[in-house]
Every structure is written in C-alpha cells, then in structure tokens.
Design a protein around this ligand. Sequence first.
Ligand code: FES
Length: 203
Amino acid sequence: MPINPDIERTLAAERVRDDFVPVSDYISADFQKLENERLWPKVWQVACREEEIPNVGDYITYEIANQSFIVIRSAPGKIRSLYNVCLHRGRRLTTGHGNALRLHCNYHGWQWNADGSIARVLDREDWDGCGEMTDSDLQLRETLVDIWGGFVFINMDLKAEPLHKFLDPVPEYLDPYEYQKNALSLLCDLPPAKQLEGGTGGI
Ligand code: FES
C-alpha cells in the first residue's frame, strides 16, 4: 500500500530535529511502514551480546520489522546472521534461542548446517526444479555481522558502510569503558541481594 502523500510531506517537512520527537513518530502506522522500508533494511542494529551465544551452535533469533534472523556461533571465532527462512517454502526455521549444529525445517525436513550451508534435502529429485539446484543455491541467505564492545550488530544491507564507520565517533568516547568486559550476564548472575545493594553503592 503506498504511503499517504500528506504523511510523506509532513515527514519530509519535519526532518530530524535534536530538540523534539513528535508522538506520531512512535505511533503512526505510516511512519512504521517507512521505517520498515527505508531504515531497518539499511542500518546496523544490535541483535544480541556475544556472551549470549558462547558455544558453537548457540543461537538467538532476532526479529525486526517483518524479518527474522538466526544469529548463531557457527565456529569458535565466527558469528553469522542467517535469514530465518526455509528456502523451500519460506517457513520460519526456528524461534527463541538454543543450541543447534543443524537447523531443521519441520515441514519437509530440509536441514542446514550452522554456517548456513545445505545439509540435507529429503527426496531432492521429487521437488520441482530442485534437482538442478546447486548447494550454493540452497545456502541460507546472510546479513553482515560485526561486533563492537561485545554487542553483536547485524545489517541487512550487504553494501552497508563498515560498522566502525557507522559508529564513529562513539567508540572513541566509550571504548575506555571496555563494554566487552562488562557482560550483561555478570549483572544478571549476581544474587538478588547483591543487586539490591546497587542503591547504596554496592554495584
Ligand atoms: S517448507 Fe521447509 S522443507 Fe518444505
């Protein structure tokens, strides 16, 4: 559905201001549609923390706009972001988080390795057109992935500027805080009593 021209004109007139964000930016369906078309497919965004997926096969699913991604540690030093879409008929492959060295589609049983390569196509020759497809045709689609301060960023735009350029100059100011060492899980793992001491300077 095309964007209402009046809304488009209003948005164009109200370019980003540093002193005011109109309520409509948060609640307008048209604004959300524009974000889904023009912002989220282009921008670096935080999908998870590195420590959330420490072991090979650990994954989380990350949802944004109408897309879903599997952010998975496919090898000890490698994190990938795979489109959470079966290449057969577009079904979601998984939800939530977990550990999987193989991703299964529960519909017809196709399987992929953690690096997105095709592992198994059940009765391949029975699927129309599938017999001629190469394994690279059946590789799960990926986004860009990069890490800063322990935050795992993804970007759907394969031609996006590098993360360090996108973040500049933020790292210059925040690198001294060593966010890569300040694992969120450290706070979460503290006993409740210890966390409550925060108000008196305990944390
Ligand atoms: S829809 Fe996934 S294997 Fe058929």
